[in-house]
Write a protein of this length. Structure first.
Ligand SMILES: [Zn+2]
Length: 204
């Protein structure tokens, strides 16, 4: 494969990038000074080498010298460590942070339960939240999962496990349309959805 085809091939693996966009990006990169491709490849290598999953919430965080990591949110003493917002992906944290209304911490599941795709409780960070709740005194768990079949299945599964512990469970109110995503919901809608979260009823 020639260098241009190789670049297009690698770029087209990125989510949402088809071959046409990949080709446009490749030409853009080629038209910049060499310093741009140097700093782009350096940034990619650094991000991959230096970012680990936060030992507490599993969001990405910069690793310390021992190779472990605690993210900025988990290590911020001004954040309410007793309120945990459960999200599917690291990219869901940023939009919630941008609302400016949430002062608690997070738990990133890295996926949703999806029996049809063979994704079960062992494949996502479910066990980890149960362990965490045993060690940290938690007042409230807020579910902010995408309103999809998988999101609802995961919320239901986890709420059944958590209900007996006696922690307040709530779910963001969905001004977010069914089938929509947390990541691409505008700031106001997401802020309102968090504010108007509803306490969840136990399983019948
Ligand atoms: Zn963290």
């Amino acid at each position: 494969m020639n260098p241009l085809s190789k670049l297009v091939f690698e770029l087209s693996k990125l989510p949402g990038i088809g071959e046409k966009t990949a080709t446009r990006l490749a030409y853009f990169i080629l038209n910049q000074d060499a310093s741009y491709s140097d700093s782009l490849s350096q940034a990619l290598r650094d991000a991959k080498a230096k970012l680990k999953l936060c030992a507490q919430c599993f969001n990405f965080a910069e690793a310390n010298n021992e190779g472990s990591a605690l993210c900025e949110i988990c290590s911020d003493i001004n954040r309410d460590q007793n309120q945990i917002c459960v999200v599917e992906r690291p990219s869901d944290v940023t939009p919630i942070e941008r609302t400016g209304t949430y002062k608690g911490v997070y738990h990133v599941l890295h996926g949703l339960l999806s029996p049809l795709d063979g994704i079960g409780p062992e494949d996502i960070k479910l066990k980890e939240i149960l362990v965490r709740l045993k060690t940290v005194d938690t007042r409230e768990v807020i579910f902010a999962l995408n309103p999809s079949v998988e999101g609802e299945a995961t919320t239901l599964y986890l709420s059944r496990l958590l209900k007996p512990i006696g922690i307040k469970l709530s779910q963001v109110a969905y001004g977010i349309p069914f089938g929509g995503t947390i990541e691409f919901t505008d700031r106001q809608t997401l802020g309102k959805a968090l504010e108007n979260r509803v306490e969840m009823q136990g399983p019948k």
